[in-house]
Write a protein that binds this ligand. Structure first.
Ligand code: FES
Ligand code: FES
Length: 180
């Protein structure tokens, strides 16, 4: 009897990252984080814990923030994936990137790309009227982004250097129309 051998450790897929489509061949068990870092060499996205506890790996999928260590690359064919490399450029920083520099909102910088991607997603959630645990009036269509709201909504992003006051200040600046 003839046997058909299939290599289940290899799958081809196309990922669209920062507007650029790329064809990959990888193990279907590869996390999106590892696909970005090890296969596409987009190392701005960081691996902190690799199990959903630190937020260092946060990227945007179709505009929403996600821990890329907790999702498989093969689940994201057809999605618009944005990493820190796609948010701005050294010549044209995203307002949050500029505000983080202005407010000195980092020390080692390891958590920073995750903080910034998370803040982009978070501000979109506020704009869409999504309440948080810190929202005083969940029935109100307009959410006031207080510092307590920012801290609660960014609580999934850990900063080992404890740059939290400056991170909150940078996000507050942008939410109030500041930033460069
Ligand atoms: Fe993904 Fe820590 S590396 S949450
Ligand atoms: Fe070092 Fe946040 S700046 S972990």
């Amino acid at each position: 009897m003839q046997t058909l051998e299939i290599d289940v450790t290899k799958q081809t897929l196309e990922l669209k990252v920062n507007g650029q489509p790329s064809n990959l061949e990888l193990d279907p068990r590869t996390s999106l984080l590892d696909a970005l870092r090890e296969h596409l060499h987009l190392t701005g996205t960081k691996k902190g814990c690799d199990h959903g506890q630190c937020g260092a790996c946060t990227v945007l999928i179709n505009g929403q923030r996600i821990n890329s260590c907790l999702t498989l690359a093969v689940m994201h064919q057809g999605d618009e994936i944005v990493t820190i490399e796609g948010l701005g450029s050294p010549q044209a920083l995203h307002p949050l990137q500029a505000a983080f520099i202005e407010r000195d909102a980092f020390q080692c910088g390891y958590c920073t790309s995750g903080q910034i991607c998370s803040a982009v997603g978070m501000l979109a959630e506020v704009k869409a009227g999504w309440p948080s645990h810190a929202t005083a009036d969940v029935a109100s269509p307009r959410i006031e982004l207080t510092d307590a709201e920012i801290r609660e909504r960014m609580s999934g992003n850990i900063c080992r250097c404890a740059a939290y006051p400056n991170i909150v200040a940078a996000i507050r600046d942008v939410s109030q129309g500041g930033g460069q």
